[in-house]
Design a protein. Structure first.
Length: 237
């Protein structure tokens, strides 16, 4: 059990020297139930982590004193922090291939400016993957419920069978009901950065999700927003 966890809330260390972005991250992450700690430069980050190991580190690439890459390398070198989940924040101007090729040991990268929901979805996915925070509880919307422990999905009391992608897609929607997501945002949040899939793949899985979740005579809960994307919504257009 990482000692950074406070009352079951996942803890995240935000390492970012841009104060405005650090504040924005703190605000959004706390709203989503994370315990947030901050460090403004690379050396401070290492000191903080040595004191209290968080469940996850959001690490900016360009930092004073020690760069994000160097911080990540040092974390990977030490036994205690070798498996610590790290998401690197990089600027669009930095060559993405170079970022990946440097093999810093980060678990994931996200490019600034980023979509907050996509970042949080990736953080949750990484935390689950590393087992730092087991998925628990359930998500509900309208007459749909998703049990995050057993992965059982029900609609109006009947069991719904979903493929793994449709499950993740529905989970993403259930975490942000009524919000309209573009296909790019869905790809980013559900499929992740490393998988290069075409935008129309999203449509294919939306179709499958609809087929499984909407029983005969039931309301279509997936709203298509013309020229924008999709939302989990019960409001007809
Ligand atoms: Ca920076």
């Amino acid at each position: 059990m990482p000692d950074g966890s406070i009352s079951g809330r996942p803890s995240v260390l935000v390492v970012e020297d841009e104060a405005a972005l650090a504040t924005l991250l703190r605000y959004n992450l706390e709203k989503q139930g994370f315990h947030v700690d901050e460090a403004g430069d690379g050396q401070e980050a290492l000191n903080r982590i040595a004191e209290t190991t968080p469940d996850l580190v959001l690490l900016d690439w360009m930092l004073p004193t020690l760069s994000g890459i160097e911080v990540c390398r040092q974390l990977r070198r030490r036994h205690e922090t070798r498996g610590l989940p790290v998401i690197m924040l990089t600027a669009r101007t930095e060559d993405q291939d170079a970022v990946r090729g440097l093999n810093t040991g980060a678990d994931d990268y996200i490019t600034k400016p980023f979509n907050m929901e996509a970042l949080i979805a990736r953080m949750r996915a990484l935390l689950r993957r590393t087992g730092a925070v087991p998925a628990k509880g359930s998500l509900e919307f309208h007459d749909i419920s998703m049990d995050l422990t057993t992965h059982r999905v029900q609609r109006g009391g009947r069991a719904v069978q979903l493929g793994p992608t449709e499950y993740r897609l529905l989970e993403f929607f259930l975490r942000h009901p009524r919000r309209v997501f573009t296909r790019e945002e869905l790809l980013d949040g559900v499929w992740g950065r490393d998988i290069h899939v075409e935008l129309r793949t999203v449509d294919v899985h939306i179709r499958r999700l609809r087929k499984s979740i909407n029983g005969e005579g039931e309301l279509d809960v997936v709203r298509t927003v013309r020229a924008a994307g999709y939302a989990l919504d019960t409001e007809a257009l």
